[in-house]
Design a protein around this ligand. Structure first.
Ligand code: TXA
Ligand code: MG
Length: 343
């Protein structure tokens, strides 16, 4: 199958594919999603096949409006309405009791995760074809795609089309919040931070707790309430080994990538001394950032760049676990977790 690249203006072509129960990779404000009509078992089963996604991992359903999203769920507590009002359209997924019966989306759970995505062209598309189930458009276990090229690298030849909307503005997956209990619980930290939610809920005193998604226990996240089902599976891993460090300055200068804050006075430039007669070493790839949103936007792209360059290791300087730093450390710890189940 040849994968076509479409623009966000080609709504007729995108809609035609989705109405034909095909899957399409498309940009959201968080990461690129692999979308199919949520109400179609055939279409949604294609998502699982194309991604090689474990069958026990439920999907997020994307709706055109908050009203449409909340019409698919029931027992919606007041705090969930407040969160929806404050952050939709935007990078927040709410888990609620399902009022639809889509076992192919829910993967055996009685709940449904819903969100209203930010891009207006995407909401127009959903208005037209109905709600879309969409996981990140990577092969399972790979870093989420934040450009159309990343989608093609993972899925070219396996899907009919990718919609190129440029790089995603957030670059990290949505915040997933369990709204089935007396207070919201964060299952996966993301661009809508605990602080932002606490502020939005401040007037009624409910404040979001932290599920295991944000805990520091070295990647071993228990399932059940407090952990999103997806957290059991390997995630966000480039082929290179990811090593989290306090400071990258002490680590080797060659054959690796470093991801670290920009240092005052600029990055390290190689000294312009007399030519070294030895064989040219593989350079150390330096990726520097100034603000956490810049790190979030670029992190997965840098992981993929390291893999294309063939470097064996990526040293990443830890960030403070506050605000967006919570989501970043969550992804970084998963990326750094050993694949063989060892410590
Ligand atoms: O930003 C995003 O959320 C992107 C874009 C495309 O919307 N999607 C995304 O989907 O990241 P995915 O499938 O890669 O991650 C969805 C996460 C998984 O960890 C999954 O287990 C969890 O949400 N999830 C989905 N439905 C759930 C449910 N009913 N209860 C608990 N967790 C759920
Ligand atoms: Mg994913």
């Amino acid at each position: 199958m040849k994968t076509r690249t479409l623009s966000t203006r080609q709504l007729d072509d995108i809609a035609a594919l989705l109405e034909d129960d095909q899957v399409v990779a498309l940009p959201t404000e968080t990461v690129y999603g692999l979308a199919a009509r949520a109400g179609s078992r055939t279409a949604v089963e294609r998502i699982f096949a194309v991604k090689e996604r474990p069958a026990d991992n439920p999907l997020i359903v994307h709706a055109a409006t908050a009203g449409d999203a909340l019409s698919m769920v029931r027992h919606v507590p007041d705090y969930a309405v407040r969160l929806a009002t404050a952050f939709w359209p935007g990078p927040l997924s709410l888990v609620l009791d399902s009022d639809v019966d889509w076992p192919w989306v829910q993967a055996g759970y009685r709940t449904l995760a819903v969100r209203v995505p930010e891009p207006s062209w995407l909401r127009a598309l959903i208005q037209r074809v109905g709600p879309l189930a969409a996981p990140s458009a990577n092969r399972s276990g790979r870093p989420s795609p934040t450009t159309a090229d990343h989608c093609l690298a993972d899925l070219s030849g396996r899907i009919p089309a990718v919609v190129d909307g440029g790089p995603c503005s957030a670059g990290l997956e949505s915040t997933v919040v369990d709204c089935t209990g007396p207070a919201p619980e964060i299952l996966r930290p993301g661009p809508v931070t605990a602080e932002m939610m606490a502020r939005a809920l401040a007037t009624d005193g409910a404040s979001p707790g932290h599920g295991a998604g944000g805990d520091t226990s070295n990647g071993a996240v228990p399932a059940g309430r407090g952990a999103s089902p997806g957290t059991r599976h390997p995630h966000y891993q480039p082929r290179a080994r990811v090593v989290l460090v306090e400071s990258v300055e002490a680590h080797p200068r060659t054959d690796c990538m470093v991801i670290a804050p920009a240092v005052a006075g600029g990055g390290r430039e190689p000294a312009n001394g007399p030519a070294d007669p030895g064989p040219p070493p593989t350079p150390r790839l330096e990726r520097r950032w100034h603000e956490l949103p810049e790190l979030a936007r670029n992190l997965y792209g840098w992981f993929r760049e390291a893999d294309r360059a063939g470097v064996p290791v990526i040293y990443v300087q830890r960030v403070e676990r506050r605000g967006l730093g919570e989501a970043l450390m969550n992804r970084l710890e998963k990326a750094a977790a050993r694949r063989d189940g060892g410590p």
